[in-house]
Design a protein around this ligand. Structure first.
Ligand SMILES: [Zn+2]
Length: 109
């Protein structure tokens, strides 16, 4: 083995001084590492961003479903047309239909 460098560091989670094996080590032990990331996930900033993304997605889906209902009430439309109309992929349409249990039938070409 090569020469071992002892790097004294302060654990970013518990604040204890420890000897790091590599200069990338940020925590004194695996437990601190795990706890740090768990807390990070729980932190407000992280949640705010995640929530925003989720809300945005929900809004988009709801909007799409509203439009879907309008279309359904009016006429039959192909999935391809629908996807173009809503500006989403065909895969997304299937997802919306599954989530909102929107009935659809497959009509031959
Ligand atoms: Zn620690």
């Amino acid at each position: 083995m090569g020469n071992k460098v002892r790097i004294e560091r302060i654990c970013e989670f518990c604040g204890k001084t420890f000897i790091a094996k590599t200069c990338k080590t940020r925590f004194c032990c695996k437990a601190c590492n795990d706890k740090y990331y768990k807390e990070l996930i729980r932190s407000d900033r992280y949640n705010a961003v995640t929530k925003e993304v989720k809300e945005e997605k929900k809004k988009r889906i709801r909007l799409a479903v509203d439009e879907l209902e309008v279309i359904q009430a009016r006429e039959f439309i192909s999935l391809k047309q629908l996807a173009i109309y809503l500006g989403v992929s065909r895969k997304s349409i299937y997802t919306y239909m599954r989530i909102y249990e929107i009935p659809f039938s497959q009509i031959g070409k």
